[in-house]
Design a protein around this ligand. Structure first.
Ligand SMILES: O=C(O)c1[nH]c(=O)[nH]c(=O)c1I
Length: 310
């Protein structure tokens, strides 16, 4: 995502954009993203049919991040296909489309429609929605993930990416990387989705904070930064021919710097965008540029992936 941004005189690639799900369900939100200082934008994960999602309260900020169980509310893939057809690709910033089929058959139908439209937007196939009651997420079923990629990668033909859940076992990093390596047009991995099925409880009322699923929801924000950095770096080390988009716990230029040091080529913002609004992107670009200047780095490639170990 090298939409360059000129901060303090230097032109830097603008590596920031929204995490799918935040500020991207409706056209007015997407327009606010276009007008923001983000380097790109991505739509809310789409299903075949529109969905209301789970009952509210379904998102809440927490002291160290947030908990959410939205339940895949979206306008249906045709809404985002129309948006992608009318998007001005020459004048704006790169557009990513997130698809999250409730079945492989649904994903195939949505992918076929986007492929038929032959648009410059980039597909990010979501393998990791943790909040659809009764639907275990694909990201934790490695055979099903492999089968889905075996079907979808040849259909998509062009470069595309997948949104992965966090993994917590070295053997899982190895297994998932081995699956991803098989698909040459799988160009990027977005790591990580929320840490699924956490539980936030109100001490006074002794009640779960969010309504869906007895209060179980995805954990995001500061509390998942170190898990996100580990996943970005694990796949960066294992998949040198692919790019990693880092997401999880980025609230300032500092966490963005750490994601890039771990290997990220771009950085998505979720909870902090939810809390601060699209103005967050101007601040993040400025802070990252200041950190780079202070450390003597001129470009992202001067430090991307250069994490040292002891
Ligand atoms: O509940 C959601 O809509 C949701 N929530 C998440 O935390 N990740 C996802 O990929 C999705 I699709």
């Amino acid at each position: 995502v090298d939409i360059s941004t000129s901060i303090s005189g230097t032109t830097l690639p603008n590596v920031f954009f929204n995490a799918s799900g935040v500020w991207c369900q409706h056209e007015d939100e997407l327009q606010a993203m276009v007008e923001s200082h983000s380097g790109a934008l991505i739509t809310k994960s789409a299903t075949l049919a529109p969905r209301q999602g789970n009952p509210s309260p379904r998102y809440l900020p927490l002291p160290l991040g947030s908990i959410s169980s939205m339940g895949l509310p979206n306008e249906g893939y045709e809404y985002y296909l129309r948006y992608a057809c009318s998007f001005n690709y020459s004048r704006t910033k790169p557009l990513f489309i997130s698809l999250s089929g409730l079945s492989l058959g649904d994903s195939v139908k949505m992918v076929e429609a986007f492929v038929a439209a032959d648009l410059p937007c980039m597909l990010e196939i979501n393998f990791s929605c943790p909040n659809v009651p009764g639907k275990p997420q694909l990201g934790y079923d490695f055979e099903a993930m492999d089968a889905a990629l075996a079907t979808l990668a040849p259909l998509i033909k062009k470069p595309f990416g997948i949104k992965l859940p966090p993994f917590f076992d070295i053997a899982h990093f190895d297994l998932v990387a081995a699956v991803c390596q098989k698909y040459s047009n799988l160009a990027f991995l977005t790591c990580v989705n929320s840490i699924g099925n956490g539980l936030a409880i109100d001490f006074e009322t002794e009640t779960a904070l969010i309504k869906p699923k007895d209060g179980y929801g995805g954990l995001s924000g500061a509390m998942i930064l170190n898990t996100a950095l580990a996943n970005v770096n694990a796949f960066y080390r294992r998949l040198p021919d692919k790019q990693i988009i880092g997401v999880g716990g980025v609230a300032s230029g500092k966490e963005a710097f750490l994601h890039i040091l771990a290997g990220a080529s771009a950085v998505q913002i979720g909870t902090q965008l939810m809390e601060e609004g699209p103005a967050v992107f101007e601040r993040l670009n400025k802070e990252l540029a200041e950190i780079m200047a202070a450390k003597g780095y001129n470009t992202i490639e001067d430090f991307r992936g250069r994490l040292k170990t002891l």
